[in-house]
Design a protein around this ligand. Structure first.
Ligand code: TXA
Ligand code: MG
Length: 338
């Protein structure tokens, strides 16, 4: 079934219109500082169902709830442990989500029936204005078709979800480019379930303890349902290349000698050293935030009519590099040549 999708440019009137749609139980895509989200009223299960339908998202993968203040967060949880409070005070609003015990106010299909709820306060004027104007908790996964790279511009949302949602609120490109860090705060020591915009190092400094990052191979654990699904898949298969430029060029040449058209996803540092059929430069190794910001756009730029395979550079897993490599490994289905 196709529906009319209104495309709004961000201003006070369009925020008000989109807030009305959300209050009426419709779904609206909007920008956050990480990626675009597909929002619905998290207290309205019928509205939330529309998110799962539009994205083709499995019902057992819970959604993040977006709020505009700590006071609003407290309305949906039974407890905010001391470490979680520190995280909230230090990093919110910002690209981080805390998993807390739910008090049941948030609809069951948002939390996929779990006793916990993931909540964050986005640091983006459009997201904040929309949440405030709606005056409801807003459930919002990334606004892509399930399994595709997350959207970092309104055009990406349009490409994936046009005809399936009520509105897209265009607030320009998102800044950070990878999703929020998801931190489970329900146990004794906070654990990172998904690396993201706030780095492990930042969390360790703020909390004064070592923080563990859950490995994707513990994915089947019910505490981290989102980890077991395929994610961030470009249209073309992707393989990670872990080696120097000579090694990388050799691999390109091997695929080309088999008659395959090769796309490469690399940093500025490799751009002059390598030759391939399509070169996507996504940022600088010396400034990994630039890679994070352009990663999903670069993945979306590889089309089946242009290339048969993507070979991607491996980045250091420090700072936001941890989130970049988490997404690239999933995009590669964990295939790495070294
Ligand atoms: O930056 C972001 O977080 C973006 C923007 C739109 O806010 N949202 C986002 O949502 O990335 P989504 O649905 O694509 O990813 C949410 C992740 C999933 O891996 C999900 O399994 C996990 O958070 N999650 C949500 N609630 C959870 C819970 N109660 N327990 C464990 N994991 C949870
Ligand atoms: Mg997502």
């Amino acid at each position: 079934m196709t529906q009319k999708t209104n495309f709004y440019i961000w201003n006070d009137d369009s925020v008000a219109s989109c807030a009305e749609l959300l209050k009426a139980g419709e779904v609206v895509a909007f920008p956050t500082e990480t990626v675009y989200g597909l929002g619905a009223d998290a207290s309205n299960p019928n509205a939330v169902t529309k998110i799962f339908t539009a994205k083709g998202r499995p019902a057992d993968n819970p959604l993040i709830v977006h709020v505009s203040s700590l006071a609003q967060m407290e309305e949906y949880v039974t407890d905010i442990p001391a470490q979680a409070r520190k995280i909230i005070n230090t990093f919110m609003p910002g690209p981080i989500t805390v998993i807390l015990p739910s008090n049941g106010v948030i609809a069951d299909n948002v939390t996929a029936g779990l006793a916990t709820v993931g909540i964050r306060i986005p640091d983006h004027p459009v997201a904040q204005a929309l949440i405030e104007a709606t005056n409801r908790p807003i459930a919002a996964p990334s606004a892509n078709l399930s399994g595709k790279p997350s959207p970092t511009s309104a055009i990406h949302v349009y490409q994936d979800l046009h005809g399936k949602i009520s509105a897209i609120l265009d607030g320009g490109s998102t800044g950070i480019g990878v999703e929020s860090t998801v931190v489970d705060c329900t146990g004794g020591v906070p654990t990172i379930l998904r690396p993201g915009g706030i780095t492990r190092e930042q969390l360790e400094i703020a909390l004064g303890i070592d923080i563990h990052v859950a490995k994707p191979d513990v994915a089947e654990l019910p505490s981290a349902p989102g980890m077991k699904y395929k994610h961030y898949e470009p249209d073309v298969p992707l393989v990670l290349i872990n080696g120097d430029e000579h090694f990388f060029q050799e691999k390109i040449n091997t695929y080309r000698s088999e008659g395959r058209k090769v796309g490469i996803l690399i940093s500025e540092q490799l751009a002059n050293a390598l030759a391939a059929d399509l070169v996507q430069v996504c940022g600088s190794r010396d400034e990994l935030a630039t890679v994070a910001a352009h990663l999903y756009q670069a993945l979306r730029n590889f089309k089946t009519e242009d290339v048969d395979i993507i070979l991607a550079e491996v980045y250091p897993e420090t700072g936001v590099g941890e989130a970049i490599m988490n997404r690239l490994r999933k995009a590669a289905s964990f295939i790495e040549i070294q």
